[in-house]
Structures are given as structure tokens and as C-alpha cells.
Design a protein around this ligand. Structure first.
Ligand SMILES: Cc1cc2nc3c(=O)[nH]c(=O)nc-3n(C[C@H](O)[C@H](O)[C@H](O)COP(=O)(O)O)c2cc1C
Length: 413
């Protein structure tokens, strides 16, 4: 006889991201997880019980006082019918009610009545997410043992930009699967980096000339994403600050999407303190001195506009500055096309960082799957063979783990 499928009770609340809950159900089904759904009244404004029910192959529960629902399954039984309760999207409203212990509808009653672990995937406007009330509610829920995945940062349906986008369904699925593993209802991070915090930057930055044009570079973000994933696989609490790339955020990594170098610096500073900072992003050295508010127009062959450039802030040097918030280990990347190691050693001294990973980008490295790096430390230069970017990331994560384990954690400080 085959083992019973693990079960999730999915609460879909009333946010724009509710449509992603449908994809989540599909991904869970593919992964062998059975889903039963509760749809809040507001949630039903965004997705229909019909589509949710078609994907869960089950009744969709909505009403606390429905005789039909209660006859099919009592609300207490429903709250305990799964191995894990997931709220996706978790609105500001449902977080507030759950933090206060309110039980005003079926969803909140199930959250109060359940004896199973709860995972929330918040989704809301950036101001709502940053509001002190929501921060308080999240802290209260965490203190009550509720787990969180996301939110991510990036452009929002409301036209604003910032933290508050629901984590991608694949990332939520992975977080669910990790929690459903036998003996990991409340998974404690394991690995050489458990209890350590890391900030990784990745991708290019994009510096606007006008609303439609920009200066950028060919960085794909692959190496930075792989390093963030490798550090997370070692148990680190990783914040990935990413420029615009076409990559899926790594599972288990808090990913903040930014565009300009100045936004990237602000996001990194906000993510401090950390034990490790790995600066992989290809930050644009310069940006247009002015961004035209309207699209620049063609004015004839002799009237091409001149774009004056100013220097961008130096993110690596700023994070490497001595001070109480300086991460214990600061690692920079130096992309060079000639005299790679010489330039890297000079960069290490100039920026005040501990290590430089020097990569020769004269070939197909940018956008390619392989990387050829040398690790430049105070002790000297180590040449690594040409390796897939994932393998460079794993090796570097292991070296980082060895180094930080010789010093105190941020939490210890
Ligand atoms: C168009 C629209 C979009 C909304 N999107 C969100 C959202 O993304 N996140 C959120 O917290 N609230 C959002 N709200 C507000 C919630 O729907 C509202 O707070 C509702 O009471 C939530 O109920 P629930 O938590 O029981 O599902 C939105 C409202 C509207 C009208």
C-alpha cells in the first residue's frame, strides 16, 4: 500500500496575488501533495471557488455558518485535516486578525483552531507591508510560531515598487515541501552556515537616461543567484539584492529586486547586519547625471543629445568600511578582461574588502554557464579550474562557511 499523500490546508485571502494560489495548488499536486482550500469572502473577489475546487479536486470551504460546509466537515476538523496550514496570499487583514487571535470567519477560525504548523506568504502594497501595524503583526505571528515565506520586492500590480510581492509559487511550494519532510514541521536550518546572515548582490544595475532608455551591462545574474542558493543550502539566512535579470529567485532566499546602483546600495544597507557580504552584481560605474522626465526626441542628424555621466556610489567599498555594521567577511568580484589577478589584488586593497573573486570575462563568462575564477585573499591567489557557475558557488560557499565559523555570529555580537 502506498503512503498517504501529505496534505495542505490552503487559505486564499483577498489580494491581487490570489491568482498565484491556483498555480501553487497545481505545483503541489504535481509534487504529490493534496490541497484542501478555504477561500475568504474577499478572496472570492479575485479567484472563483470553481477554479480553486477544480484544481484541488475538493469542496472549497468559505462560510463558517454554512450548514452544507459544516455538514461536509466541521470547522475544527477542517483546521486539523492537514499536515500544514498555508495562507497564500496572506493579506494585511488576515495577518492582523490572526495576530490578534480573532476568529471572525472560517479562515481566521481555522487559523485559531488548528494544531498544525502555519506558513504565511504575505502579499500587499509596499506601504501596507512597511506600516508599523503590519510589522507588529508579523513579529507577533513569528513569536507565535508562524513561519513566513517572502514577500519579495519588485514592481507591484498597484504600480508601486518595493517589498510586498508574494513569493513565487515555486518558492512557496519548496518551503511547503521542506516543512512536510518527516521530522521537519518547524525546520531548523542545518548546514555550515546555520545561524549566519548573508547579503549577496547579483545582476546588472540599470541606470535610466529617460523613461524608456537606460545604461546597463551584460551581467546575467547567474553567478550571484547560484552563490545565494549555495549559501542558503548551507543554512544561511540569505538576502539577495538583485538587479533586473531573467532568473527565478532561489528557493529559501529573500530576494529584493532593484534597478539602480543607488537602490541596490540602499537595499544592502537596510539588510544589515550580516556576517557575510558577497558583492557579485555588475554595478554600473556611472549613471546619467540627469534622467529626462520625458522620452528624448529626435531633433535631426546634428542634434544628438549628449549624456553626461556621474559616478555611482561604490557599494562594495561602502559595505567594507570599518564600523560596527561591517560584515565580518566582505567578498567582492572583479570582472576583468586583462591582467585579471593584478587588477583584482589592487581592487581588494582599494575597496577594503577581505577577498576578491577575480573572473576573466574576456570569453563567454557573461551569460555563459561556466566561470574561471581566482580567489584573492590576504594570503595570496588561488587559481580555480574552469567550473560550472553552480560549482564555483558551492566551493565559495564552503570557503565562506569555513572563514565565518572562525568568528562570532551577528547574533552573538
Ligand atoms: C483590488 C483590490 C486589491 C487588493 N489587494 C490586496 C492585497 O494585495 N493585499 C492585501 O493585504 N489587501 C488587499 N486588498 C484589501 C483586502 O481585500 C481587504 O483588506 C479584505 O478585507 C481582505 O480580507 P481577507 O483578509 O479576509 O481576505 C485589496 C482590495 C482590493 C479592492
Amino acid at each position: 500500500m502506498s503512503a498517504p499523500r501529505p496534505r495542505v490546508l490552503l487559505i486564499v485571502a483577498g489580494g491581487v496575488a490570489a491568482y498565484k494560489a491556483l498555480e501553487l495548488v497545481r505545483l503541489l499536486d504535481k509534487a504529490g501533495v493534496a490541497t484542501r482550500a478555504i477561500l475568504t469572502k474577499a478572496g472570492a473577489e479575485f479567484v472563483t471557488p470553481l477554479s480553486l475546487g477544480a484544481l484541488t479536486h475538493d469542496t472549497v470551504y468559505s462560510d463558517l455558518f454554512s450548514l452544507t460546509d459544516e455538514a461536509a466537515m466541521g470547522h475544527i476538523e477542517l483546521s486539523r485535516s492537514a499536515d500544514l496550514v498555508v495562507v497564500a496570499p496572506a493579506t494585511a487583514d488576515i495577518m492582523a486578525k490572526a495576530a490578534a487571535g480573532l476568529a471572525t470567519d472560517l479562515a481566521t477560525t481555522a487559523l485559531l483552531a488548528t494544531d498544525k504548523p502555519v506558513l504565511m506568504a504575505p502579499a500587499m502594497n509596499v506601504r501596507m507591508w512597511e506600516h508599523p501595524a503590519t510589522r507588529r503583526n508579523r513579529a507577533q505571528l513569528e513569536a507565535d510560531g508562524v513561519g513566513f515565506i517572502g514577500p519579495d520586492s519588485g514592481p507591484m500590480a498597484c504600480g508601486e515598487f518595493g517589498d510586498g510581492r508574494m513569493a513565487e509559487p515555486e518558492a512557496i511550494r519548496d518551503a511547503i515541501l521542506a516543512r512536510l519532510k518527516p521530522g521537519s514541521a518547524a525546520p531548523a536550518p542545518v548546514g555550515l552556515m546555520a545561524g549566519r546572515r548573508a547579503i549577496v548582490t547579483a545582476g546588472p544595475t540599470l541606470e535610466p537616461i529617460d523613461p524608456v532608455r537606460f545604461i546597463s551591462n551584460r551581467s546575467s545574474g547567474q553567478q550571484g543567484y547560484a552563490i545565494a542558493a549555495a549559501l542558503a543550502a548551507e543554512g544561511a539566512d540569505v538576502t539577495l539584492v538583485s538587479g533586473p535579470v531573467a532568473l527565478r529567485p532561489p528557493a529559501g532566499v529573500r530576494t529584493l529586486h532593484v534597478e539602480t546602483a543607488r537602490d541596490m546600495l540602499a537595499a544592502c544597507l537596510e539588510a544589515l547586519p550580516a556576517d557575510v557580504f558577497v558583492s557579485v552584481a555588475a554595478v554600473a560605474d556611472w549613471r546619467p547625471a540627469e534622467t529626462a522626465p520625458q522620452k528624448l526626441k529626435l531633433k535631426g542628424a546634428d542634434a544628438a543629445p549628449t549624456v553626461s555621466l556621474v559616478e555611482n556610489p561604490d557599494i562594495l567599498a561602502t559595505l567594507a568600511q570599518p564600523g560596527p555594521l561591517r560584515p565580518g567577511l566582505v567578498v567582492g568580484f572583479a570582472a576583468e578582461t586583462q591582467s585579471v589577478e593584478m587588477h583584482a589584488a589592487a581592487k581588494r586593497a582599494r575597496k577594503g574588502c577581505d577577498w576578491i573573486v577575480a573572473n576573466d570575462v574576456s570569453g563567454d563568462v557573461m551569460g555563459g554557464a561556466h566561470n574561471q575564477v581566482s580567489l584573492v585573499t590576504a594570503e595570496g591567489v588561488e587559481r580555480w579550474p574552469r567550473l560550472p557557475k553552480d560549482e564555483v558557488a558551492t566551493r565559495l560557499a564552503q570557503r565562506i562557511a569555513e572563514a565565518v565559523n572562525q568568528s562570532a555570529t551577528v547574533a552573538d555580537a
